[in-house]
Design a protein around this ligand. Structure first.
Ligand SMILES: Cc1ncc(C[n+]2csc(CCOP(=O)(O)OP(=O)(O)O)c2C)c(N)n1
Ligand code: SF4
Length: 288
C-alpha cells in the first residue's frame, strides 16, 4: 500500500517562496496517501496557470492541459478508465473565467471527479491581472482605478447547479484542507474544493493575514447541517463566500458514469430503419 511519500516526486516546484499552492500540493499528497491509493491508479489533470503546474509535482499520472480545459479532459479520462481516481486542478481564472462553462456542466453532470481550485483572486502566471473572483474595487494591472465588475461566486454557482460535494479550504490550514480533499476523493460524484491559496507576489490585498481575519470556519457551528442545500446557500451568502470547511454533501445522486452504463450504446447511424419502402414513399409524398 502506498504512503504519502510515494506521491512525491523529485521535481522542484518553481512557485514563488510562500505561494499558497505548496500547501495544496502537500494536502493532495497527504489525502492520497491517507486513502492508501496507488500512484498508478491516480490521474491529475490541470489547466494553465501557476496552479496548473501541479500536475507535474505529484507522483501520479499527470496531464497539463489547455487553459480552462482541465475538466473536459478529466471527464474523458474518467470515461476511458473508470478504475482511475481522477483529480482536476487549476486556478480561479482557469476554472471560473475561461473554464466557467465547463465547470457548470461538469457540476450538473456529476461524474466522480475531485476538482481542487487554487483561488488566489488574481492571475498569477500572467503577472497580476484581476480575475473573475477579484472583489469589486480590487486594484490590479488591468484595473488601476479599481475593479468595476462584481466577483463570481463559485460556491453559489456550484450549489445552484446541483453540486454533490462542496468544500472550501485555506492554504494556512493543511490539516483541514487534507481532510476536505480526502472527503472529496471518497465522495462518489463531482466535488469542488475551492482553496484560498494566496499569491504572495501579485495580490497584496488577499494575503494570509487577510484570509485569517475574514474567513470563518464551519467547524465552529456544530449545528450546521451540510446535507441541506438551502442552508448551505444561506451560509455562503451570510459569510459572503468566506466560510471554510465542508459546505454541502449529497450522497444520493447517481453519477453520470453509472447512468451511462445503462444507456443505449448503439450509434443511431447503425440502427435499423424500421419502416418498409411503401410506408417510406408515402411519408416522402408529404414533403413533395
Ligand atoms: C486560451 C488562453 N488564453 C489566455 C492564456 C493566458 N493565461 C495563461 S494563465 C492565465 C491565467 C492564470 O490565472 P489563474 O488561472 O487564476 O491561475 P494562477 O496563475 O493564478 O494560479 C492566462 C490568462 C492562455 N494560456 N490561453
Ligand atoms: S506568481 Fe503568485 S500564484 Fe504564481 S507562483 Fe508566485 S505566488 Fe504563486
Amino acid at each position: 500500500m502506498a504512503t504519502v511519500k510515494e506521491f512525491r516526486n523529485n521535481v522542484r516546484p518553481n512557485w514563488c517562496p510562500g505561494c499558497g499552492d505548496f500547501a495544496v500540493q502537500a494536502s493532495m499528497q497527504r489525502a492520497l496517501g491517507n486513502l492508501n491509493l496507488e500512484p498508478e491508479n491516480v490521474a491529475l489533470i490541470s489547466g494553465i496557470g501557476c496552479s496548473g503546474r501541479i500536475s507535474g509535482y505529484l507522483n501520479v499520472y499527470g496531464f497539463h492541459g489547455v487553459h480552462g480545459r482541465s475538466l473536459p479532459i478529466a471527464q474523458g479520462v474518467k470515461l476511458a478508465n473508470r478504475n482511475l481516481t481522477v483529480l482536476a486542478s487549476g486556478g480561479d481564472g482557469d476554472g471560473f473565467g475561461i473554464g466557467l462553462g465547463h465547470f457548470m456542466h461538469a457540476v450538473r453532470r456529476n461524474m466522480d471527479i475531485t476538482y481542487v481550485v487554487m483561488d488566489n483572486q488574481i492571475y498569477g502566471l500572467t503577472k497580476g491581472q484581476h480575475s473573475p473572483t477579484s472583489a469589486f474595487g480590487f486594484k490590479a494591472k488591468t484595473t488601476p482605478a479599481g475593479n468595476i465588475e462584481n466577483a463570481v461566486s463559485p460556491l453559489q454557482i456550484a450549489l445552484s447547479a446541483g453540486i454533490t460535494y462542496l468544500a472550501q479550504g485555506f492554504s494556512s490550514d493543511v490539516n483541514q484542507l487534507t481532510e476536505l480533499i480526502q472527503g472529496g476523493i471518497e465522495h462518489k460524484g463531482f466535488s469542488l474544493i475551492n482553496v484560498f491559496s494566496p499569491c504572495v507576489t501579485y495580490n497584496k490585498v488577499n494575503t494570509y493575514e487577510w484570509f485569517k481575519e475574514h474567513t470563518v470556519s464551519l467547524d465552529q457551528f456544530p449545528d450546521y447541517d451540510p446535507t441541506n442545500r438551502a442552508a448551505a446557500i444561506a451560509k455562503v451568502m451570510e459569510t459572503d463566500g468566506l466560510c471554510t470547511g465542508l459546505i454541502f454533501k449529497d450522497d444520493k445522486k447517481p453519477v453520470f458514469e453509472d447512468l451511462l452504463q445503462n444507456y443505449p450504446q448503439e450509434a443511431y447511424l447503425n440502427t435499423k430503419l424500421e419502416m418498409d419502402q411503401g410506408l417510406f414513399d408515402e411519408l416522402m409524398k408529404e414533403f413533395a
